[in-house]
Design a protein around this ligand. Structure first.
Ligand SMILES: Cc1ncc(COP(=O)(O)O)c(C=O)c1O
Length: 374
């Protein structure tokens, strides 16, 4: 048996929609009904006024940072434990990303640590709803409002997650989503920005497609990017959107199954769902602790031998050698993220994982945990 960490759930609806886009010859990023359908469907799903398609989650975050006018010399507070795309988006603008450490249970930005990092140069906070659990948005929005900072939500891993009764991507100024092949829903590669602001929506739509002029198209109104999603990808996305509720409920039952299976394993930290949260469990992430702390490499190797794929957690920004070498960041500045980054891994969480595969993974995780504790 080999159980991969993820596999997209793609079938007949996707074939139909993409086939239709091809038959109509609507393949680019400008022409096509599926771009509109995917955008309006996704906006409705997120309960947000506007949604605009893009070619990746990375470009979504970059577009958000650019559209907020963030540039050279500005500082942006960013949750340190994330895909480095979140940090790169800030660096593309010549701005300075400032890492903020994580909460030990949710692995998200710790609101209690934000205020101490704010300076006169701080312009925004980027929160990341890691592995599908929403960040604690109320205190974050309160701090942001008091200091007049923008809030960008990196919801690349959290489509459909809720904070209290609000959908992620509808709480801050701009929400950013990814549709890479391992995400909750996919377009192969792709992204989306969401906002309730008419002005930001208009600006982002302009900049994402070369900022063409209105009277004279080729008299550009700004330095634009070419970040378009194609109608072919949007067809895939629109088809996937018909399944999103089903996928989320599969993720949630997968998580309950694993959590129950590991309930006796005190050296395995399992994902939480805080009272304010509706967790979509993008990937089922565990953190090794106690007698298993420091044994992740051996743990993953042993799982691999048994045909169970797993993936280590992100290396936090403050531990990235290229930035430590430049003297930009202190590697010890985020101790919680350092521990999680070194001891966390995620288990097979594919959208079409079978019950038999789930049982196989759970049984082997428990066996490997016991084996390594000796
Ligand atoms: C938290 C987070 N942010 C941003 C991205 C970047 O998205 P993409 O790969 O679509 O560029 C990803 C994932 O890949 C991610 O997990």
């Amino acid at each position: 048996m080999f159980v991969p960490v993820s596999k997209p759930l793609i079938g007949e609806i996707e074939e139909q929609y993409v086939g239709d886009a091809i038959r109509r010859k609507e393949i680019s990023g400008l022409v096509g009904t599926y771009l509109k359908e995917f955008e309006s469907g996704f906006a409705k799903f997120c309960k947000v006024k506007h949604a605009a398609t893009l070619n990746s989650g990375t470009t979504a975050i970059h577009l958000a940072v650019a559209a907020l006018g963030i540039g050279a010399g500005d500082e942006v507070l960013v949750s340190t434990l994330t895909n480095m795309a979140t940090f790169f988006a800030v660096l593309y603008q010549g701005a300075v990303p400032v890492p903020v450490d994580s909460e030990p249970e949710t692995l998200n930005i710790d609101p209690a640590l934000i205020e101490a990092k704010i300076t006169s140069k701080t312009k925004a906070i980027i929160v990341v709803h890691l592995y599908g659990h929403p960040a604690d948005m109320d205190p974050i929005m309160e701090i942001a409002r008091r200091h007049k900072l923008f809030v960008i939500e990196d919801a690349a891993e959290a489509h459909g997650a809720r904070y209290k009764d609000r959908m992620v991507g509808s709480i801050g100024d701009i929400g950013c989503f990814s549709f890479y092949s391992n995400k909750i829903i996919t377009t192969g590669e792709g992204g989306m920005v969401t906002t309730n602001s008419d002005e930001l929506d208009e600006r982002m739509r302009s900049i994402k497609n070369l900022a063409f002029g209105t009277d004279n198209k080729f008299m550009h109104v700004a330095v634009g990017f070419k970040y378009q999603m194609t109608n072919l990808q949007a067809a895939l996305g629109a088809a996937q959107l018909t399944r999103i509720e089903d996928i989320i409920s599969r993720k949630r039952s997968l998580a309950s199954f694993y959590t129950e299976a590991f309930s006796q394993e005190k050296d395995i930290q399992t994902p939480v769902e805080k009272p304010y949260a509706f967790n979509v469990y993008w990937m089922y992430n565990i953190v090794l602790r106690g007698a298993l702390e420091g044994k992740r490499a051996a743990f993953m190797e042993e799982l691999k031998k048994r045909g169970v794929e797993s993936r280590e957690d992100f290396v936090p920004f403050n531990q990235q050698k290229i930035f430590i070498d430049q003297g930009i960041v202190d590697p010890e500045s985020c101790p919680v993220a350092n521990r999680i980054g070194a001891n966390g891994l995620y288990l097979p969480s594919g959208n079409d994982i079978s019950e038999e595969e789930l049982e196989y993974v759970a049984k082997n995780v428990v066996e490997v945990a016991h084996l390594l504790k000796g």
